[in-house]
Design a protein around this ligand. Structure first.
Ligand code: DAH
Length: 368
């Protein structure tokens, strides 16, 4: 029967009069094509191309363009269908995109994985020895005040090591330092037992005013144990000038102690060294407990730590070096570098300093 179109016939949903591109079948086919293309996309790049072909362009986009030309009554249904198709195709795209992204991330994680247990090609770094670093630090303190560095040989003449320092052959103190004699025993050569012979070498070769700091290895016939080593290091200070007094000596020591151990007091005690007169021992206040802890491991509760010997250069020593003791006076100071390191950095076993294990040195970094 022909007649006016029943309202039902025009009801959106039937779609009989929508163009073929907007038919359920066409849209379903387009969606399926898109899904197949998305599934076939092996990577995100290919997926992007598939999106361009099936979402931005292609059958569904074409169908959408046709909506504009439809009679108003059909537009809603057509819009709904195309909308549903687009939603479905976008959902398919997003699902595939997520899957490909996850696969890519996983691949990158595997590709870029670092096996921290693999041996490296890097050579292990060496490390400067803390004795060397401490020595440098101590020397720097005096170089910073304008002093010069002086050196001398480790195999030294007995005359420099003893006689010129007022330690004559029969001087009892000569036996106090257990000496390595170089063959032949009467050849007059020893391994220097102290850095003090550098004082002599300096005074013989330089004119006053003299301000030198002299670091170096010294040797004594001790067995290696936790508190002794046959080879150790000292630093010697020597100043010779007009009008130098013990006040200047104290000032130099105080400056040194503060630079090395912080703001602590010093005290001096009368002592004896053949090459200085008067002589003294210097102590400095314990920088850990400052005397407040009876059981302090550093100072033993006394509050003071012994630093080293010093004094005014003996007139006889000045004379032996050709310096007029009526014109010039001098002061000298000597102490052990191992001891400074033990005190400052808590190294309790001397053997650690001698054995040369890089794991020990490495703990000190580039500064002590
Ligand atoms: N040379 C001495 C020693 O090895 C240390 C020393 C003491 C050095 C007094 C000095 C000094 O310059 O004045 O035991």
């Amino acid at each position: 029967m022909s007649g006016p179109t029943t309202p039902d016939a025009a009801t959106p949903g039937q779609g009989a009069d929508l163009p073929a591109a907007l038919s359920e079948e066409a849209l379903a086919a387009a969606l399926e094509q898109a899904q197949v293309a998305f599934a076939a996309a092996a990577d995100l790049e290919a997926l992007k191309a598939a999106r361009l072909a099936h979402v931005d362009k292609g059958a569904i986009a074409g169908a959408r363009r046709e909506i504009g030309a439809l009679p108003p009554a059909a537009k809603a249904e057509a819009g709904k269908r195309v909308g549903a198709a687009l939603d479905a195709v976008r959902a398919a795209y997003t699902a595939r995109e997520e899957a490909l992204q996850a696969a890519r991330d996983e691949r990158i994680l595997v590709q870029e994985r670092v096996d921290v247990t693999m041996p490296t090609g890097r050579r292990p770094l060496g490390s400067r020895h803390p004795i060397e670093l401490t020595q440098e630090r101590l020397v720097d303190i005096f170089v910073g005040m304008g002093w010069e560095v002086a050196e001398g040989p480790e195999v030294e003449s007995e005359w420099m090591n003893f006689d010129a320092l007022n330690l004559g052959k029969d001087h009892p103190a000569r036996q106090m330092q257990d000496t390595f004699f170089v063959d032949p025993p009467d050849g007059g050569l020893v391994l220097r037992t102290q850095t003090s012979p550098i004082q002599i070498r300096t005074m013989l070769t330089r004119e006053p005013p003299i301000y030198v700091v002299a670091p170096g290895k010294v040797f004594r016939t001790d067995d290696l144990d936790a508190t002794h080593t046959p080879v150790f290091h000292q630093i010697e200070l020597l100043a010779v000038d007009k009008g130098l007094t013990m006040g200047h000596l104290r000032g130099a020591i105080d400056h040194f102690v503060r630079a090395m151990f912080g703001d602590v007091k010093t005290r001096v005690r009368a002592s004896y060294f053949p090459f200085t007169e008067p002589s003294m021992e210097t102590d400095f206040q314990c920088f850990v407990c400052r005397g407040a802890d009876d059981s302090c491991r550093l100072c033993g509760g006394s509050g003071w730590i012994e630093l080293g010997g010093s004094g005014m250069v003996n007139r006889k020593v000045l004379t032996a070096c050709g310096i007029d003791p009526d014109v010039y006076t001098g002061f000298a100071f000597g102490f052990g570098i191992e001891r400074a390191l033990q005190l400052r950095n808590g190294v309790s076993d001397m053997r650690d300093m001698v054995e040369g294990d890089v794991r020990f040195s490495g703990q000190f970094g580039m500064a002590v």
